[in-house]
Structure formats: C-alpha cells, structure tokens
Design a protein around this ligand. Structure first.
Ligand SMILES: O=C[C@H](O)[C@H](O)COP(=O)(O)O
Ligand SMILES: C=C(OP(=O)(O)O)C(=O)O
Ligand SMILES: [Mn+2]
Length: 459
C-alpha cells in the first residue's frame, strides 16, 4: 500500500525560505531551545494529510469559478489555556449556522473553514508594549509568549510551539468527532437559527426569513452531491516559519511538500512581500493558500503575488482576502478586481470586514463597530457584483460565545459593556448573536437589491 506521507526530509519547502527577509518572527532568546522544539515538531505526527488539503482546494476552485461560497471564521488568537470544549463546539456551530444563511443567500454550496486548531501566532504593529514606564516585548500569540505583562511571560519560549501542535491535535480530534455527529447536521443548524431568530429584537423580520431558509433545506446547492454536511476545514495564518516548515511533509504519491499544520494557511497583510520568506515558503507547499490584502496594495504587487503563489493558475490554489476598511473598500477594491480579471487570473475573492475597521474605545479596548463590519461587507458585494465578478466569501473573527468585544448588533453592545466579557487575547470578535445578525442583515440588504427596479449590474 502506498504510504500517506513520506517521513520528514530536507525538502525545498523547509529550506528555501531561510535567509530571505522574514517579517514578524520572534526573537527566540535560546537557539538550543529553538533547535530542540523544531526537532520535536519534525518528528511529530501530521495534523492533516494532503488528500484533505486537495479536497479543500477542489472546494475553493468552485469558489473561484463562482460556483460556491466560502465561510471562514474563528478566533483572532486561540489560547493554549482554553480547554473549553463547549466553546469550540459553539464556534463550530456558529460557522455552520452562518454557512446555512449564506448558502441560502447565494443559492450556492458553502465551504466552511475554521480559524482553529493552529491560530496561535500574531503579527503585531509594535514590537514592544509600554505600561506605566515599563517596556516589554509585545504579546505575539500563545505559540510565542504569554499575555501576562511580566518579563517572564513575554519572553519568547520555543517550547510553546510544541504545545501548540499538541493542543491543535486535541482541538482537531474534538472537531472531527463533532463533524461526524448529528450536531453538525443541517437540521441542527436550522434549529440554531430558529432559536436565534425567536430571541432577536428583529424577530418579526428574522423568523419568516428563517422559515424560508428552512424550506430551502438548510444548505442549498447540495444536489450535485459534493457538499458533505458537517464538513469543516481548519486554517490559520502561517506566520511562524520555523513551526510551519518543521511540520511540512512530502506526499509520497506526488512528491509535493504539504504544510500539515492545517488544511489552508494564509499570509497576513504584514508578511506578504513577494520577495520575502513567507511567500517563498508558501510557493513550495501544495496546500490551498490565501493572502490578506489591505488598501495599500497596488495592482502590480498583487499580480506579482499571484505569479509567485499560483504560477499555474490552478483554480482553488489561491484565495485573496480583501480587508480594506469600510471607508476605503468601494474606492480601492474595484481596480484590483478589474486588474486581476484583465490578466485572466483565477482567484477567489473573499472579504475580511474586521481588520480594516479596528478602533480603540475610551476604555482602551480594541473594538469594531458592527455597522462598519456590515458596511464593508455590503461594499464588497456591491463592488464584486457590479463588476460581474463573484463575491466569493467572508472571513470573520468570531466566537459562538456571548462575549462583549464588538460594538452594536441586534443586542446593542455599548462601550460600557466592553469590559464585561472581553475575552479575546488579541482582536475583538463578533459574538454568536452578532455573527448571525450580520448574516441576516446582509441577506436583507441583498434581497432589497434584488427587488424589481434595481439595475441588473448591481444584483
Ligand atoms: O490580528 C491581527 C493583528 O495581529 C492585530 O490586528 C495586530 O494588532 P496590533 O495593531 O494591536 O498589534
Ligand atoms: C493578523 C490578521 O489579519 P491581517 O493580516 O489582515 O492584519 C488576522 O487575521 O488576525
Ligand atoms: Mn486579528
């Protein structure tokens, strides 16, 4: 029998990025510790296998062709101390409920991808944090250091990467069990939507919409048989190159290296330079990959990234995640979408309406306004649809828990509410209700646009 994977080897993906500029890497204080952690990871089991990554790539090819919609979401930063199975399952459930609403809205099958089982490393705007005259290294995610503001916690510890691998394996194990259970069925998702709609301040509008969704059979577009209810893929930002390359394995069948830390990895806004180490590493792996792009990206830069990451123009290989901010999306995105289309490149276009809309509340909490998030998302739909392109999906920071991190939404979280249940280790997430509220509000906006009298180009 052909083995699923070769043993780890010194293949190009683990080597070629070294020596290139690698932004946002920790300053590990202990080279021997780093070497030991990398050796442990190199000898560790893969979390995912190439066949699963290829399946996701095939799903994302449908997104790129305009035949499917991507729902991607989860924590900004997972925590190694979080051992709350309920919380993981609530987030997985929220993703599936969102998939149900968006599938109905788009009349398309949905591919669902969690920011989970690996989302432990954070790029930061500033390398250090200053509090009361004390300056310490910034928190860079649980894969690197601790959140507590002490010199001990903030010192990068490479052994944390080993703990991340173990914790991700346990998370994935739970999610795989969930995906095979009745809890992950479309009927269960519809029940969750009914509970949400019945309790929402907008009940009079949302309850009938929910019945329309239920009548459509939960997920739509399942007729061709490719959508498996309960199918949930794992993704994270591939930021820590020592971690990612130590977990890269060669597919024995094709000889292609795959990052086995997750199904889909993305490159963040701060590490996407085309001649940098991240792009080089990503160019060598067979996984489906994504790149986040903010408003400063030029058309030429984007084309260069596409050339580097998807030279064969394989559909599903590359997803572009636009995070422009509500104020800029309508101005900046059209020329980029037009340029990529003019060059005949096949990518999926997805909107992250979170990272361009972060503000600081008077209390000092990082937060985002629900209305800005909705506005960027509707701007994204306007732009893509107006150009005859496919609005391919959403990328959200969210949790199924009842946190108070973003402002507004149906339940109307206000600035004084923020400290009540602000639990994010990094950026503010939509809570379960705000996430569904966003989907229903967008659905209402889309239905209004589809009403008679609206020009065809905008529908
Ligand atoms: O999640 C994304 C980034 O890590 C985060 O937005 C950076 O935040 P900062 O500007 O507080 O460093
Ligand atoms: C770091 C993130 O985003 P971006 O790279 O878009 O800033 C993130 O997704 O948490
Ligand atoms: Mn974030």
């Amino acid at each position: 029998m052909t083995p699923l994977l070769d043993l780890p080897s010194t293949h190009a993906a683990s080597l070629s990025w070294r020596g290139l500029p690698a932004a946002q890497q920790p300053e590990w204080p202990d080279p021997a510790g780093l070497e030991a952690a990398v050796a442990t990871l190199t000898a560790s089991l893969p979390l995912v296998v190439p066949r699963e990554c290829d399946l996701l790539k095939a799903r994302l090819a449908a997104v790129a062709r305009g035949e499917a919609f991507l729902v991607q979401g989860g924590d900004c930063a997972e925590s190694l101390d979080a051992t709350d199975a309920g919380s993981l399952l609530r987030t997985a459930g929220t993703l599936q409920q969102l998939a149900t609403v968006f599938g109905y809205m788009m009349s398309l099958p949905v591919v669902t991808v969690a920011r989970m089982a690996g989302q432990y490393a954070k790029p930061r705007s500033a390398a250090t944090e200053l509090r009361d005259g004390v300056e310490l290294p910034a928190y860079r995610g649980d894969a690197v250091n601790g959140q507590a503001f002490t010199a001990a916690a903030r010192t990068p510890d490479p052994h944390r990467m080993v703990r991340v691998h173990q914790h991700s394996a346990a998370t994935l194990n739970l999610i795989r069990a969930y995906c095979g259970s009745a809890q992950a069925s479309p009927a269960h998702a519809v029940e969750g939507l009914r509970r949400f709609a019945d309790a929402a301040p907008e009940r009079a509008r949302y309850a009938p919409l929910t019945e329309d969704i239920a009548r459509a059979g939960g997920f739509t577009g399942t007729g061709d048989g490719w959508h498996t209810p309960g199918e949930l893929f794992m993704s994270h930002e591939g930021l820590l190159l020592d971690y990612e390359s130590a977990l890269t394995r060669v597919d024995a069948v094709t000889g292609t290296p795959y990052a086995t830390s997750g199904h889909l990895l993305w490159i963040g806004e701060r590490t996407r330079r085309a001649d940098g180490a991240h792009v080089e590493f990503f160019s060598r792996i067979g996984n489906p990959v994504a790149v986040k792009t903010g408003p400063s990206v030029t058309g030429d830069e984007l084309l260069r990234l596409i050339d580097r990451l998807s030279p064969d123009d394989e559909p599903g290989r590359l997803t572009l995640v636009a995070r422009m901010g509500a104020r800029r999306v309508r101005e900046v995105l059209p020329r980029l979408v037009e340029r990529v289309a003019a060059e005949g490149r096949t990518v999926g276009w997805v909107c992250d309406p979170m990272h361009g809309n972060t503000v600081t509340a008077p209390s000092g909490h990082k937060t985002r306004r629900f209305d800005d998030i909705l506005d960027e998302l509707s701007g994204f739909f306007e732009v893509l649809t107006g150009l005859g392109a496919h609005p391919g999906g959403v990328h959200l920071e969210l949790t199924g828990d009842d946190v108070t991190e973003c402002l507004g939404g149906g339940a109307g979280i206000t600035p004084p509410d923020l400290p009540l249940r602000y639990r994010s280790a990094c950026d503010p997430r939509l809570n379960g209700h705000q996430s569904l509220d966003l989907a229903y509000r967008l659905l209402e906006l889309r239905e209004a646009v589809r009403a008679p009298g609206v020009p065809e180009a905008l529908r």
